[in-house]
Design a protein. Sequence first.
Lengths: 102, 377
Amino acid sequence: MRRSTFMIGTGVVLAAIALLLLVNAGVGAERATIADARTGSLVATLGLTDLALFTEASYTRHPSLTDLNTPFQDSPLSFEHFPTGSLMQPPASLVHPHVAKY
Amino acid sequence: MSRSIERQLHLIDFTVGSILRRKGKNGALLLVYTLVIFVLASVLFFTRSLRTEVAAVLKNSPDIIVQRTLTGRYQFIPVRYADSLRSIRGIASIAPRLWGYYYDGGFGANYTLMVPTIDTVQSGTIDIGSGIAKLRKIGIGDIVPLIGYDGNPQTFTVAHILADESALVSADLILMSEADYRVFSRIPEGYATDLILTARNPREFPTIAEKITRLLPDTRPIVKNEILRTYDAVFSWRAGIIMLLFTVVILAFFIFSFDKATGLSAEERKEIGILKAIGWETGDVLAMKFWEGIAISLVAFFLGAIIAYAHVFFGGGFLFAPILKGWSTLYPSFTLAAHVNAGDLFALFFLSVVPYTIATIAPAWRVAVIDPDAVMR
């Protein structure tokens, strides 16, 4: 096989796979909308506020409800205990509290 | 076939041959380049999908949550506070919410206990999240003992398992009836964990929040926009952390590229000199280097992006999981829906393929314009 044919062929095959994945993403996103609607109704019914991603501590399980002192409340001057805390920013409401808007 | 296309095909033939002659160097370059694209694309895909999913799901969160604090500590909120809040115009409904945490010492996991605002759970039974069901290997009809406030176990029968597709928000949930929760936790009648409010007009959220703080100074209102902003910030931050961990790979790539951009090897200079001596024009040499840059960067771009897609959407982003999990024993098994943004991909393409191709052409041009005799000496 001619080398240029091989190179162009490789490019075309890779581009075709990438295109197929984009189509797959479109189909998946459509299906996800239905699942998200069902999850959304559970969120609305229970009044949920946070993701169950980091369940190790209250301020990582419900970061949107926490405040600045929760991670350090167990004893004054203590270091924060859980590693997730070092991988997360404080909640937006504390960094830019809504009262600051007035 | 037109002459110019045939000419380009011959140039590509020669370029591929030239790349294959330096298999080791070009292979290592392709590997690092693919790895860099893989990491960047994985982070892009992962955070974009998680953000889209979070925005779609959490837009149904309560409009405003009112907590009570005392010297910076959370306190149970008297349900009668709701009566005071009803005087604020714009509030459509107020409901007390009961919830808390439970540490399962046997499994080392934290659960979130909750009472549904519409009491759908029968006394003596619980609904559990799919994460708990998997962790404890329990199903509908099984009996679960939970240690109450007094240290005595109370038993509950599992009535339902919450759908796995909603695990992202419900993996660690235990839903129980209000009566059971009050007995279990000793939260007295007339008190709740917090109050959830719905407001008629989202633009009035901040005004209502301000009025709540003025009316009940010991409370702290949290509005829905802040919840969404929190998650936006969380994922930006985490994406940054992941990028930081992979900085070594990105640095290695820059060193490779810099090496290419600052000068050609003696062998490459000799090759260009010979090509010029046998009649190649400067334009031909540049075209050859252009095809070389395109060949390596396009293959790396497509390979990196395809592997990243498979990693995030088919493999559940298993390489990022340890970073995301933290110390959590109970982690939701969720499959992310692919939300790929064409803008992100184009940005990645132009930030990787274009600079690399230019970095390949620039030093070749410097050599190609010198007299072949001088180059070969």
